[in-house]
Design a protein around this ligand. Structure first.
Ligand SMILES: NC(=O)c1ccc[n+]([C@@H]2O[C@H](COP(=O)([O-])OP(=O)(O)OC[C@H]3O[C@@H](n4cnc5c(N)ncnc54)[C@H](O)[C@@H]3O)[C@@H](O)[C@H]2O)c1
Length: 274
């Protein structure tokens, strides 16, 4: 393996692979190191045009030449793709699976019991370098392979190594699926802003800036999010009314229920697909 510039093959070139590739190129990886594979040009063309990475329709050929194989296909496709590439992994590249709900035991069974495999659960803000990922490695991974997996994810955001594989399902509930919760909240805020008379562009810009501002403040503050909320909420004022409405209508329970549904689905997928 080339330790300084490993060759990395992405099998599957959709939303998540594109976000990681785009983020990696803003970090210290070069387009020369990366090849993206998918059956059609629909996903590949934007990647070669926008990022200048190599592309191929042939998963096996890309895997045979790779030091690292990133599995970025839908969980439903993974068993079939694993069957197609298994014979081309004799040189034992590091495997990184991005798939929700597919356990290491299944990946090892499908790809080879002696392979080093890391499960990674990233999120789409990786594209702009503010991703958040959880990683879990099997016992075949060397320290060097763990470093490579970490360097890929760290180039696009923060990384947490997990003590137990089961915690990947908690990472999905918090940060893997998490961006969608905030996009939904933003959609609702934009629509209500328009309902109250703002033009859509202003409502959109103000909502996005508010979410960015809240996250940036929380990240740069030495007090917790509860205290930051208190500082917005004047007693008897406007925010207090909004927060009381959220509390009365069970926003906390809604979040708990949604996040439990999310990780339960990952466990169900392991039974259905693993
Ligand atoms: N989207 C997210 O926010 C997110 C976050 C974390 C993890 N993931 C995981 O990432 C994986 C990909 O999700 P996505 O949202 O990018 O899906 P997607 O549908 O956007 O991308 C899937 C890609 O796989 C390609 N593909 C289909 N069949 C293939 C084959 N036989 N060989 C090679 N490529 C093939 C498709 O052409 C497409 O490029 C999933 O396993 C998902 O669980 C996604």
């Amino acid at each position: 393996m080339n330790k300084t510039a490993p060759k990395i093959a992405f099998i599957g070139a959709g939303n998540m692979s594109s976000a990681v590739i785009g983020g990696m190129l803003k970090g210290h990886f070069s387009a020369e190191q990366i090849i993206a594979c998918a059956p059609s040009d629909k996903n590949l063309k934007p990647l070669s045009e926008q990022f200048g990475v190599h592309t191929d329709h042939d998963n096996a050929r890309a895997c045979a030449a790779a030091d690292v194989v990133v599995l970025g296909v839908k969980p439903q496709m993974l068993k079939q793709v694993a069957g197609d590439i298994k014979a081309h992994l004799a040189h034992k590249p590091l495997i990184i699976s991005l798939a929700a709900g597919i356990p290491l035991a299944s990946l090892s069974e499908w790809l080879g019991e002696d392979l080093a495999i890391v499960r990674s659960m990233p999120n789409t803000p990786s594209l702009v370098g503010v991703g958040a990922a959880g990683l879990y490695a099997n016992d075949n991974c060397s320290a060097e392979q763990r470093d490579i997996a970490e360097s890929i994810q760290a180039s696009v955001g923060i990384v947490k190594w997990l003590e137990e594989e089961a915690l990947i399902d908690s990472i999905i509930a918090v940060s893997g699926s998490g961006p969608a919760y905030f996009f939904l909240a933003m959609e609702a805020m934009i629509n209500e802003g328009v309902q109250q008379g703002l033009d859509r562009d202003s409502a959109t810009e103000l909502t996005i800036q508010t979410v960015l501002g809240a996250a940036t403040l929380a990240q740069n503050s030495n007090v917790d999010v509860l205290e930051l909320r208190r500082r917005v909420t004047s007693p008897g004022g406007t925010t207090a009314q909004a927060i009381a409405h959220f509390e009365e209508h069970g926003l906390r329970e809604l979040f708990s229920g949604a996040m439990q549904a999310c990780s339960n689905r990952a466990r169900e997928m392991a039974k259905e697909l693993g």
